[in-house]
Design a protein around this ligand. Structure first.
Ligand SMILES: [Zn+2]
Ligand SMILES: [Zn+2]
Length: 248
């Protein structure tokens, strides 16, 4: 064909290997979005497990799951995307246990690590104490979550899992307390109510005793560090903040 002639035929669509290359190029062109969820708000179970395996307690950095979603169109976190694995949240029947763990991480970051340079309240030893206790608590959560799934055979096919969780959730929803009217206008009350209404490990479940003990041990350690450093009034406020979010 004369190369100065305008091309009239429509280009044929890429197929096979060419199509794969086009798809790959499009994927790379897609805008990347930095959407890291704030510390302690979320963590898929795989990122939590990685955190427990890799985190060495130190005063320098808190144990925070870096479960991030830099691809705006994907519901699979970055680590799970790299590993080509399913990105699972912790089992829905442990939602309250999970939300308490996340609240504890957030509070530790807020009080102990998020300090202005130059006017540090907490010493390196205080931070280390919290980091160790928090790691032990996260470790116990990961173990309890795994034991729960194994015990109730929730590791099978996706459909079987969905059905079991759905039926259990229906019962939990049917039994939960009605939302107090004030919770519509009071976000703190709303948060507290939501957390109280979430399903959690029960006395008869595997992992219940260990996780409860781990949480209490952590809360005791956290409050001990707070008491060493805060005024009486601030200790009271922190205790209330904690009790709104976590069973102590
Ligand atoms: Zn993740
Ligand atoms: Zn994931």
């Amino acid at each position: 064909m004369d190369r100065f002639q305008p091309e009239t035929s429509t280009p044929s669509k890429p197929k096979g290997k060419a199509l794969t290359l086009v798809k790959k190029a499009n994927k790379e062109l897609r805008a990347k979005l930095e959407t890291y969820i704030p510390a302690g708000d979320y963590g898929c179970i795989h990122c939590l497990t990685t955190l427990v395996l890799n985190y060495v307690p130190s005063g320098d950095a808190p144990p925070v799951s870096h479960c991030g979603f830099s691809n705006p169109t994907s519901s699979i976190c970055d680590q799970c995307t790299d590993r080509k694995s399913v990105c699972d949240r912790p089992n829905a029947m442990l939602e309250r246990d999970f939300s308490e763990l996340m609240a504890c991480i957030s509070l530790a970051v807020e009080h102990v690590w998020d300090e202005d340079e130059g006017e540090l309240t907490f010493s390196a030893d205080d931070r280390l104490d919290i980091a160790k206790a928090l790691k032990a608590y996260i470790n116990e959560f990961v173990k309890s979550e795994r034991d729960y799934r194994t015990h109730y055979k929730l590791t099978g096919s996706k459909t079987a899992r969905k059905e079991l969780v759905y039926n259990a959730r229906k019962q939990v929803l049917a039994a939960r307390h009605p939302m107090p009217a004030r919770a519509y206008t009071d976000p703190e009350l709303r948060k507290a109510w939501e957390r109280l209404s979430l399903p959690a490990l029960e006395f008869c479940d595997p992992g219940y005793a260990h996780l409860t003990l781990a949480r209490r041990r952590y809360v005791t350690e956290f409050m001990a560090v707070i008491k060493r450093n805060y005024t009486k009034e601030s200790v009271k406020e922190t205790q209330e903040q904690l009790e709104n979010l976590v069973r102590v």
